[in-house]
Design a protein around this ligand. Structure first.
Ligand SMILES: C[S@@+](CC[C@H](N)C(=O)[O-])C[C@H]1O[C@@H](n2cnc3c(N)ncnc32)[C@H](O)[C@@H]1O
Length: 327
């Protein structure tokens, strides 16, 4: 068999639900010698790689950069020079607020062959899984994606007027952002929502208005990673939400099996019953309240945001089971 030329692949891991990766990403993971993965990439995806593949966590959380971007770029170049298949697994899409451009530039400058595989970016996953289409003929024909990371760098006069405005990394500055948008003339009653860990079983959603959402986020103690969606389309959630209504949403399931077995066992569990008799749903469909932040289906425990980065272990460990299969 002709062995494919070794490369560095910058691969979009999608927004959270591990099934939202592309077939190409899945194939590349199955052929990987080394994977560099971050905080936002679903750690379940690591199981798609051969057991012998090296898994390197290079996660970055706000104000807690375990590995700097320069170090990540240098590591990619070093691994690329080794002539092995490297998958750089990045949350969402590598080229949308993902610093994939910098990584590609570093590889290009070093003469390392690379490819980029797009992923489902988090706002698109969030739109689908919260019941908020980002465009709708009756409400909006303009969508703007903006980073709220550095509020003063953005021209809110232009951006704030976007019919649907999606703010990445804006949770910590939400009060300031909302005030700036209102100052620029946007109606304070414009619907707005904050979504944490969208598409995952522990998805949290807070819905309010431009003027009320900052206080709601503060009261409920919502933490990053979260995305803010502002615009009339947010109202559609009242009619179009489906994810949180699935029978296993918000539930914890203990699967006392080895990691690999837990996966298939979990799938069987969720596909065999549309509503497990021993579990009461604790889902709230009230759009103005916080959807319970527990994970839908984790073996041995902890909520995903609290768990450490996954390691290639054969012992019992935390993992999730998508509730989607239970319908
Ligand atoms: C560095 S950016 C990465 C964006 C990524 N490249 C993408 O395409 O989605 C990180 C920010 O993306 C947003 N984000 C990523 N995944 C998310 C999720 N599952 N739920 C909510 N927000 C998410 C949050 O605003 C987070 O702070």
């Amino acid at each position: 068999m002709i062995s494919p030329r070794r490369k560095v692949y910058l691969v979009g891991a999608g927004p959270g639900d591990p099934e939202l990766i592309t077939l190409k990403a899945k194939r590349l993971l199955s052929q990987a010698d080394v994977i560099l993965y971050d905080h936002l990439a679903a750690h379940d995806l690591l199981d798609l790689a051969p057991p012998a593949a090296e898994r390197i966590y290079v996660g970055k959380k706000r104000a807690n950069h375990s590995v700097s971007q320069d170090e990540i770029c240098a590591l990619l170049v070093e691994l690329g020079r080794r002539g092995v298949n490297v998958v750089r697994l990045k949350g969402g899409d590598p080229y949308l607020f993902g610093r994939g451009g910098e990584e590609a530039e570093a590889l290009q400058l070093a003469g390392i062959p690379f490819e980029v595989v797009p992923g489902v970016t988090s706002p698109l996953g969030i739109a689908a899984y919260t019941g908020v289409p980002l465009t709708h003929r009756d409400h909006t024909s303009v969508v703007t994606f903006v980073t709220g990371h550095d509020v003063d760098r953005i021209d809110w006069t232009k951006v704030g007027a976007a019919e649907t405005l999606v703010v990445f990394m804006g949770l910590s500055h939400l009060t300031q952002i909302a005030a700036r948008i209102i100052e620029e003339g946007r109606d304070p009653n414009t619907p707005a929502m904050a979504v944490r860990w969208g598409t995952r079983p522990d998805q949290e959603v807070l819905v309010g208005t431009l003027s009320t959402l900052p206080a709601l986020v503060h009261e409920q103690g919502m933490k990053p990673p979260a995305t803010i969606v502002i615009g009339e389309v947010v109202q559609l959630r009242q009619r179009l939400s489906w994810f949180e209504k699935l029978p296993l949403f918000g539930q914890k399931i203990i699967v006392t099996r080895a990691r690999q077995q837990a996966h298939s066992c979990g799938w069987r569990l969720t596909t065999s019953s549309s509503s497990p008799p021993s579990m009461e749903s604790n889902v709230s469909s009230n759009a103005s309240t916080k959807v319970p932040g527990t994970c839908a289906a984790f073996a041995v425990g902890s909520a995903p945001s609290a768990r450490p980065p996954a390691t290639p272990s054969n012992g019992s460990t935390s993992r999730w089971i998508s509730p989607r299969r239970s319908t």
